[in-house]
Design a protein around this ligand. Structure first.
Ligand SMILES: C[S@@+](CC[C@H](N)C(=O)[O-])C[C@H]1O[C@@H](n2cnc3c(N)ncnc32)[C@H](O)[C@@H]1O
Length: 483
């Protein structure tokens, strides 16, 4: 029997208003403001007619030139990656020290918690396979760390702890300073920051509702923990959807507070949902290209086409279960339409269709490369100490921070199999922003395109992968290869 969400039914008009594509002038105004705020004046977002919005060059660009950097609207580190990298929960810069990064990872290995088995950090391309890689073998040796692969050599626990606690400094690590760790003001011990300003910004943007600490402003911490556990066990994209909903609720509350103070807080307080305020609060999310998750997600390879309807029904039910847990945790009556399955499905679909990876390179890699590049005899002396840690970390010594995020400008970029730009982090790009660089010169007025997939694949493979994004590519390369 078809599952029915009661909020879908009684908020249908408000939901339709929220899902109506924003008008052209509104889109134009939104991006003009965003581009000016980001100080990336060389681009424009325009409706390109055929495929909706697109990013266009508003200046001439040379080869390998930075076109723009884009701050994420909402983003999250993959739960499994949190074991490997300690980063700011708001800007995603690495924090603590090289010793803490290494010590923490080795310490968590001793607990058998898990570790990613690949580093996959070469690029922030959008089609990387992001499986979770947990350690199967979690035995703990009596005097040392367990290892995730046969190729690591464990260290004594006391050595690992002294590294993690900052009691022991590795040679030359002062060349790689990192911001000190600031704990979450809500006391959750799960979110950490590089600065007070990042902690405050995160708290105000979404974390105050999603914090599991004692100062959390959620309705029920127990329900929130259940929601998080469910997302970790099923699909961590639900955590991002929760951030998008919290972000909208908090914007709504702020807008309402300033609206009321403008009216000098007369007795006429708003009862129920004020749709115009909710639409305004929702605007940054409304701009994102979206479809319902269970309609747009591609059929996994291991599911037979004859089971497609069952598969789509099951993931819709999964989203409903997740939504009920979230509703119990952070429900706000004035923002009720945000808790409809229709809106939840579209938010998840937005992440699915825009599929943008969050990648930040690790300073641990820089550190070991620095040691490797030292002249003799300094290198030999340093390696007497560092080699032990490198052996304990194994081949995956330099896992980068990985997650998913929604970048408002990057998400307007259309695909081409012969793109003129790419998302590429340079040496200096050490936070969660997306960085777009030209692959060849681009003249003012031309569309800036990236490839959503590996463009070196065969024509058939490319089309199959692009079907996940809901279109068939007709770029010059595809038209040429089609015949
Ligand atoms: C990340 S969005 C890009 C921005 C989008 N055009 C918009 O209006 O928001 C991805 C979606 O844009 C459309 N798209 C992007 N590149 C395309 C292409 N080469 N051909 C057809 N549609 C494309 C598809 O609908 C795809 O799911």
């Amino acid at each position: 029997m078809e599952l029915i969400c009661p909020i879908d039914q009684h908020c249908s008009n408000q939901i339709a208003a929220l899902l109506r594509p924003p008008s052209l002038p509104l889109v134009q105004e939104y991006f003009e403001q965003l581009i000016s705020k980001r100080r990336c004046q060389g681009i424009k977002v325009k409706q390109n007619g055929e495929f909706g919005k697109g990013v266009f060059a508003d200046a001439d660009f040379e080869e390998e030139e930075l076109i723009f950097k884009d701050q994420m609207l909402v983003g999250a580190q993959h739960p499994s990656n949190k074991i490997d990298c300690l980063v700011c929960s708001y800007c995603f810069k690495f924090i603590g020290s090289v010793e803490q990064q290494i010590g923490r990872r080795l310490y968590l290995k001793t607990l058998g918690i898990g570790i990613s088995s690949h580093n996959g950090c070469e690029s922030n391309s959008s089609d990387e396979d992001e499986e979770d890689h947990f350690v199967q073998n979690n035995h703990i040796s009596e005097n040392g760390a367990s290892s995730s692969s046969g190729s690591t050599i464990p260290l004594p626990t006391t050595t690992v702890q002294s590294l993690m606690n900052g009691e022991f400094a590795l040679p030359y690590s002062n060349k790689f300073p990192l911001p000190s760790i600031i704990s979450c003001p809500g006391g959750c011990e799960e979110a950490f920051y590089c600065s007070k300003s990042c902690a405050e910004a995160d708290w105000e943007s979404s974390h105050c509702l999603l914090c599991t600490g004692e100062k959390s402003e959620c309705c029920s911490r127990k329900a929130l923990l259940k929601f998080i556990q469910h997302a970790n066990e099923t699909n961590d994209i639900f955590l991002l959807a929760a951030k998008a909903i919290s972000f909208t609720i908090l914007r709504y509350r702020k807008l309402k507070a300033s609206h009321l103070s403008e009216q000098e807080k007369t007795a006429s307080s708003i009862l129920g949902t004020d749709l115009s305020l909710l639409l305004e609060a929702w605007k940054p999310i409304s701009i994102g290209h979206k479809r319902r998750w269970w309609d747009c997600v591609s059929l996994p390879d291991d599911i037979d086409a004859s089971d497609e309807a069952t598969f789509r029904r099951e993931i819709r039910e999964l989203a409903f279960t997740s939504l009920q847990l979230l509703k119990e945790a952070i429900f706000d009556m004035e923002c009720e339409p945000l808790f409809s399955l229709e809106i939840y499905g579209h938010i998840i679909g937005m992440f699915e269709l825009n599929n943008l990876d969050l990648v930040v390179a690790s300073p641990v890699e820089d550190y070991f490369l620095y040691i490797d590049d030292l002249p003799y005899p300094e290198k030999k002396e340093a390696e007497k100490i560092t080699q032990l840690y490198l052996d304990a970390l194994g081949e995956d010594y330099s896992i980068c921070c990985q997650g998913t995020a929604f970048f408002p400008l990057q998400s307007c970029m259309n695909h081409s199999c012969c793109p003129n730009a790419k998302a590429f982090k340079r040496e200096e790009d050490r936070d969660g922003q997306a960085t777009i660089i030209t692959l060849r010169p681009i003249c003012k007025g031309n569309e800036v395109t990236i490839s959503y997939i590996d463009e070196d694949l065969s024509f058939e493979e490319r089309q199959a992968l692009l079907a996940d994004y809901g279109f068939r590519c007709r770029c010059p390369k595809c038209l040429d290869e089609e015949t």
